[in-house]
Design a binder for this molecule. Structure first.
Ligand SMILES: Cc1cc2nc3c(=O)[nH]c(=O)nc-3n(C[C@H](O)[C@H](O)[C@H](O)COP(=O)(O)OP(=O)(O)OC[C@H]3O[C@@H](n4cnc5c(N)ncnc54)[C@H](O)[C@@H]3O)c2cc1C
Length: 568
């Protein structure tokens, strides 16, 4: 591969690798401070509204009525396992052959390579972490201590929540801090009933409405972004032309573009970061053009790596030099180690025979949430940490499809209602371990000649005990609420389908045992910042993306101050 001559035209103040949830925030914050920022995105451009081809389609307008054709399923056994991959959304997911990787142990890697990354696809659940999460590793003796606590990040949660638009209730729970909420979605009668049942029977368990990145009461700042109130269409993963939910495409990327300071370069696969030994810092990145496969170098004073957790590991591992033969900033040897995920294997479902005079109407892009209640204040089970859970209730219908013409129409318009179904899914914290790793495969390369990522993540005994406990506790809670026909299930799914992979470039206090300091800055290469899931020291039970946003905004604020002091 030839390296094209790189010139002063390739010089920027800042480079951001990746334009998904965290990269979008980096772009917005860096340009806000007037920095000329180059955003490098390996996938194609996706413009808000105009590049959502299925965003306004009705089911009957799809060739397969939204179902996945067999040939797509057969060609994509991995991504087809993702619940959000269907005829309306396939164009936003990475297909199995596109970017191969090595499964040292089974791992379903779900990715979105385009401007906006997975922000177009996510389920938008956004809970803050609490000190029970940040203090977890120190209290329970795993991984390393987080170098930050809730107080360090709380103002940044508020900052990103106001801009992104988060709906929810102020529930006043110490283990799930309240945020800057727009009005919450409603619970239906059975969800409300379960909430009251649990509140009356348990002191430490709560059923609350989910907190999610949907505009229920858009404010001026959202209208300025060109976004409008969520229409409850619940076809979010096709891209929302209303901007009803937060995505980089609807929000941060166009906001950054408006400053005139952002250069967005799609189809730009970052190969590695360039380290200058004489200067003792990173000077830029090597980029392969996805169309021409030519390599170009781009330079900047600071670099934010936001390629999503595992790809960020890959970029750093592939950034070798005399000074860093094992990957950029990897003096500690922990790069690519202590990766973890969320345990989503366990589910439970049941039926309820009350409220037969009630039904739901319309749709809701959100559902109730049960914050972690195990081992919160102290260790009380035979496994470490705990799990949160979703909860939802709905009433099934049966449609009589007999008849023809007017009779058929009449039957279709008058479904008969079945009973209520309820269900929960577990969201368990997993323990980052040294032997849970991602590394570069020594032999296999991807279509760009970059080493493939070899993924070695697995469930352990702690996870198995947690699944058992979830089934027991939720069977007890469901029984207490009078639910019938309770069925527990362990999907046995491989890690990955939770789509919350984290770690490998963890934060920590000690450069000997961590990669990043409390500002998400590489201990050993201060002008490189990692603020996506790779930086996470532990996984908590909460959905992680809100925390990536807050860490990113916080790190940019710090970086800009350091640049002003000429420290970077
Ligand atoms: C179906 C689904 C449901 C989800 N639900 C939730 C949820 O409810 N709550 C939650 O918190 N999270 C959820 N997630 C996870 C969430 O989407 C991710 O945590 C989040 O998008 C991570 O942000 P990121 O910026 O790190 O990565 P991404 O948003 O994935 O963006 C990374 C970007 O980097 C680009 N990139 C990668 N490698 C390179 C390279 N070498 N060079 C240049 N560019 C590169 C990619 O193309 C991509 O655009 C869900 C994800 C999915 C798919």
């Amino acid at each position: 591969m030839t390296i094209l001559e790189s010139t002063a035209a390739n010089q920027y103040d800042a480079i951001v690798v990746g334009s998904g949830i965290s990269g979008g925030w980096a772009a917005k914050e860096l340009t806000k401070h007037g920095l000329r920022t180059l955003v490098l995105e390996r996938g194609r451009d996706v413009k808000h509204v105009t590049d959502y081809p299925t965003g306004m389609m009705s089911p009957w307008e799809f060739e397969h009525r939204t179902q996945l054709p067999l040939e797509i399923k057969e060609a994509n056994p991995i991504v087809s396992k993702c619940y959000a991959f269907y005829e309306g959304s396939t164009h936003f997911f990475v297909k199995d052959a596109e970017h191969p990787y090595v499964q040292e142990k089974p791992f379903d890697w779900i990715r979105g390579y385009q401007v906006g990354g997975k922000s177009l696809l996510w389920a938008r659940q956004t809970q803050r972490w609490s000190d029970f999460d940040f203090e977890g590793p120190a209290r329970d003796g795993f991984a390393v201590d987080w170098p930050i606590r809730y107080a360090d990040i709380a103002p940044w949660y508020s900052y990103v929540e106001k801009f992104a638009g988060i709906s929810g209730n102020k529930d006043g729970l110490p283990n799930l801090p309240d945020g800057e909420f727009q009005k919450p979605h409603e619970m239906n009668c059975v969800e409300d009933y379960f909430q009251k049942q649990i509140a009356s029977k348990y002191k430490d368990r709560n059923v609350i409405q989910g907190r999610c990145a949907h505009l229920t009461e858009p404010k001026d700042i959202h209208f300025q972004q060109g976004r409008a109130q969520c229409q409850h269409r619940t076809i979010c993963e096709r891209g929302c032309p209303f901007g009803g939910y937060f995505s980089s495409n609807a929000s941060t990327i166009p906001w950054a573009a408006k400053t005139g300071k952002m250069t967005l370069r799609p189809n730009s696969v970052v190969h590695s970061i360039i380290y200058d030994e004489k200067k003792g810092k990173a000077t830029g990145v090597r980029v392969i053009d996805a169309n021409t496969k030519k390599m170009t170098e781009y330079y900047a004073r600071i670099i934010f790596v936001n390629a999503a957790a595992l790809n960020t590991n890959l970029v750093l591992l592939n950034s070798t030099s005399n000074r860093f033969p094992n990957g950029l900033g990897n003096d500690s040897g922990v790069l690519g180690k202590y990766v973890a995920f969320h345990n989503y294997r366990a589910t439970i479902s049941a039926e309820y025979d009350g409220f037969l005079d009630m039904k739901t109407e319309g749709r809701r892009p959100n559902s109730p949430y049960i914050p972690r209640f195990r081992n919160v204040h102290k260790q009380e089970t035979n496994f470490l940490r705990g799990y949160a859970a979703g909860f939802n209730a709905g009433r099934g219908t049966y449609t009589n499809q007999d008849g023809i013409g007017a009779d058929l129409k009449k039957n279709l318009m008058n479904p008969s209602w079945g009973g209520w179904h309820v269900g929960s899914h577990m969201m368990g914290e997993t323990i980052p371990k040294e032997n849970s790793t991602v590394q570069l495969d020594p032999n296999k390369k991807d279509p760009f000649g970059i080493p493939q990522l070899a993924i070695n993540m697995f469930y352990d005994d702690n996870d198995e005990k947690m699944i058992k406990d979830f089934h027991e506790q939720f069977t007890e809670m469901y029984t207490a609420a009078g639910f019938k026909n309770i069925r527990t299930r362990d999907s046995k799914q491989a890690p990955g389908l939770d789509i919350h992979e984290m770690g490998g470039v963890r934060m920590g206090k000690d450069p000997k045992t961590s990669m990043l300091n409390k500002w998400n800055q590489l201990h050993a290469c201060k002008n490189v910042f990692v603020t996506d899931g790779a930086s996470m020291t532990s996984t908590s039970t909460q959905n992680p993306s809100l925390t990536y946003m807050a860490l990113t905004a916080r790190a940019v604020d710090y970086a800009v101050k350091e640049m002003k002091k000429q420290n970077l």
